[in-house]
Design a protein around this ligand. Structure first.
Ligand SMILES: C[S@@+](CC[C@H](N)C(=O)[O-])C[C@H]1O[C@@H](n2cnc3c(N)ncnc32)[C@H](O)[C@@H]1O
Length: 277
């Protein structure tokens, strides 16, 4: 490939990254070029296209951007998550939040960057166990994510053996069922009883208004703010805080504590914030 073509491709790729950032908030700086190209090539392979050059021409020059963008976002997002990730939050929930919750009110939780669903299903396991000890306790959980692929996976609730390693044995016995795929590989599915308690939807935290309920008891906004610039972090924290009830809690990732700077939030523990009335 000639130097001129290479430079033209780089310019197209840079423009594409700027569009992705403006739509998703995800920062894609020049120094991540290798990662960005690797992720775009995934899409190139999936489409059976010859090379990245051809793909960039199609997307940026031949009017395919609008239809391709959701797929590009799917490959460009980092979806790493685990069951019982940063489990101090679940301990805090059980020890400090649930005991004070009035039973007559449904306990409402939003997993605001739910990826493939592990965070929301972990919460469902913990809340369902609480319900066994506290008659009349009711809860609802919604998970939202930018990636349509992750929302699809979350709704299925099917995981590989590697993906469930952090689920404690007692929870595994109660809430996961073993199965196999069509070629005999072992897979595990969250039991229907739990899947029915959790809803998933595609949603962009960059949107002006969020189509989820206000008055949440707990919002998990974990390990997503790190991908945004300072101004976007502040705006997203503020918009998400609007969806907490007074006295509700915001959980952020343990590396994101300094970002939860909304004046309505008071820090209660590591990466735990309470919205003051
Ligand atoms: C690293 S995962 C974190 C998942 C989970 N919260 C956890 O802590 O394990 C980050 C998720 O944020 C999602 N995400 C990135 N930008 C987003 C945006 N603008 N709106 C909604 N979700 C977004 C990605 O698709 C990805 O699934």
């Amino acid at each position: 490939m000639s130097t001129a073509t290479l430079e033209a491709d780089r310019a197209l790729q840079k423009k594409l990254c700027e569009i992705i950032t403006s739509k998703t908030g995800i920062q894609l700086p020049e120094n991540k070029r290798t990662m960005i190209e690797g992720r775009l090539r995934k899409r190139v392979r999936a489409l059976g296209i010859r090379d990245l050059h051809t793909y960039l021409q199609m997307v940026m020059k031949e009017g395919m951007l609008e239809t391709e963008l959701p797929q590009i976002i799917n490959v460009m997002t980092t979806n790493k998550t685990d069951f019982f990730r940063e489990d101090a939050h679940f301990d805090y929930l059980v020890r400090n939040i649930l005991p004070t919750h009035p039973k007559a009110q449904t306990f409402k939780v939003w997993s605001a960057a739910s990826s493939s669903g592990e965070e929301a299903y972990t919460t469902a396991m913990v809340l369902n166990e609480h319900g066994k000890r506290s008659a009349g306790f009711n809860f609802s959980i919604v998970g939202t994510d930018l990636s349509t692929e992750m929302v699809r996976k979350a709704r299925k609730g099917i995981y590989t053996p590697e993906e469930i390693v952090d689920v404690p044995d007692d929870m595994r016995a109660l809430y996961l069922e073993e199965g196999h795929d069509s070629v005999g590989r072992q897979l595990t599915r969250v039991v229907k009883q739990l899947r029915d308690r959790v809803g998933f939807a595609q949603m962009n935290l960059m949107d002006k208004a969020y189509p989820v309920e206000k008055m949440m008891d707990v919002v998990f906004l974990r390990n997503v703010l790190i991908y945004f610039d300072d101004a976007t972090q502040r705006r997203v924290v503020s918009s998400v805080t609007d969806h907490l009830k007074p006295g509700g809690y915001l959980f952020v990732g343990h590396s994101e504590t300094s970002v939860a700077a909304d004046p309505r939030l008071v820090q209660k523990a590591a990466a735990v914030f309470r919205k003051e009335a």
